[in-house]
Design a protein around this ligand. Structure first.
Ligand code: HAM
Length: 435
């Protein structure tokens, strides 16, 4: 019988061990930095009622109209795999009265998979991963600038090159309707010159016209009214204070009045961080303010601001200086020669690991030194410890550095000292089969 090979679904991918290290590097740096700013982690379900996303992100957006993985469960409820994290965080905040638990300003972060049925290409997947943060309960523009400062610190820590911050304001319920009307009018006056997508968007979601990628629409879009000229005075004041706070912190930005985001919940400040290294899908981070979302979800008035970054895209732009060291394997590979040495190594491996020293060994006894050296090379061990019969007698082994062949005789105690002491290592306790 011959079976077909089953492969991963288009738009999804396996993150293989070497790559996982790069992911962990980003995740670890994010956790560390978010905690410096007093954020707490929240984990929400991977699926929710479809209605949650339809109401938050907007019925007319591409995400809700075309990209959700929706299905009915056995109770005939329409559910969707989450296409983003903000809606769930706000739902959880309302549902659990998080303001009472975590204080007047809730600073939350999350990481995990999101799902959108998009056309896969470099940096765009159907299952992708976001790291996001949300601040609930403050309308201050300084909070927005602080969030962006935190992102810059992360970019800096990971040495991400050539990232650029683009900012915009989309106004609010007072000034946006007027802007949309003038936008509609401008587009409507020359509708036949726009592409069919724009013609449709002019009716359903005129802001999205600004976002059209079609070459022939670009000169037309450049002449459309700018949202920044249409802000009411409270929105203008908010945006000015946001910019001043970025400047106070020395964070460079570019105004991008055509920056419209693909989600309807935004008001006032929106931003993206783009990278020149990424090609068409160049947004590393997207975010903005979403005051009013809580009420849309049946909650009390709560102001919100946040962002999400795409992990796949972050990993793509990590420089080699950051990823190089991640390829290293265990500290030491044990290479015994002969049965007695092999038995000894089993105990030595336990003792090393209990001291927090990472080691590996060939589980098959009796392999030649050459074959064990090859094995050590494959697992990228930093050192090899060679233990022959003679060495076993004298208690002096040979420690060899893989990178340059440097070697020295070393005792077991010497070995512990060479690799330790390691922070967090567990001292031997009464569980010590051979210690
Ligand atoms: P978003 O712009 O839709 O915003 O997504 C944020 C980031 O997720 C993007 O900049 C990109 O890096 C990554 N991303 C999005 N779609 C894909 C995909 N198909 N494949 C790979 N990466 C992707 C949001 O999701 C909002 N929830 C952000 C936010 C949080 N706004 C306020 N709070």
């Amino acid at each position: 019988m011959h079976f077909n090979m089953i492969k991963a679904i288009r738009g999804t991918r396996d993150i293989l061990p070497l790559e996982v290290r790069e992911w962990q590097q980003v995740e670890d740096a994010a956790r560390e930095i978010f905690e410096l700013y007093a954020y707490q982690e929240i984990r929400t379900p991977l699926f929710e009622e479809t209605e949650l996303f339809a109401r938050s992100i907007g019925q007319e957006t591409d995400i809700v109209a075309k990209e959700m993985y929706s299905f009915r469960d056995r109770g005939d409820v329409s559910l969707s795999l989450r296409p983003e994290g903000t809606a769930s965080v706000v739902r959880a905040y309302i549902e659990h009265h998080l303001d009472r638990q975590v204080g007047p300003v809730a600073k939350l972060y999350y990481m995990g998979p999101m799902f959108r049925y998009e056309r896969p290409q470099k940096g765009r997947y159907r299952q992708f991963h976001q790291i996001g943060a949300e601040v609930l309960g403050s309308e201050q523009p300084t909070v927005e600038a602080e969030v962006i400062e935190m992102l810059f610190l992360l970019l800096d820590r990971l040495k991400v090159p050539s990232a650029q911050l683009l900012i915009n304001s989309l106004g609010d319920a007072v000034c946006r309707p007027g802007y949309l009307a003038s936008l509609k009018e401008s587009v409507g006056g020359q509708l036949d010159k726009f592409c069919p997508d724009c013609q449709r968007r002019a009716q359903t979601n005129p802001l999205r016209v600004l976002d059209c990628k079609n070459e022939s629409c670009q000169p037309l879009i450049a002449r459309l009214p700018s949202v920044l000229d249409a802000l009411c005075s409270p929105c203008r004041d908010h945006f000015d204070r946001f910019r001043a706070s970025l400047e106070d912190r020395g964070l460079p930005y570019a105004l991008q009045p055509r920056l419209v985001r693909g989600l309807d919940y935004y008001v006032r400040t929106t931003f993206e961080i783009v990278s020149g290294e990424l090609g068409a899908q160049n947004a590393l981070v997207g975010g903005g303010r979403y005051d009013g979302l809580s009420e849309l979800l049946g909650g009390p008035p709560v102001q919100g601001f946040g962002f999400a970054l795409g992990l796949e895209r972050f990993v793509l732009v990590l420089p080699e200086s950051v990823t190089e060291s991640l390829k290293e394997g265990p500290d030491v590979f044990l290479a015994p020669l002969g049965d007695e040495a092999h038995r000894y190594c089993t105990g030595l491996a336990t003792r090393l690991r209990r001291r927090g020293i990472a080691c590996d060994l060939d589980y098959e006894p009796g392999r030649t030194l050459r074959s064990q050296m090859k094995h050590a090379d494959r697992v990228r061990a930093r050192y090899v410890l060679i233990i022959g019969e003679r060495e076993l007698g004298s208690g002096q082994f040979t420690l060899r550095r893989m990178s340059d062949g440097w070697q020295e005789p070393i005792s077991e105690e010497g070995l512990f000292a060479h690799f330790g002491p390691v922070a967090g290592a567990t001292a031997p306790t009464n569980f010590s089969p051979t210690a």
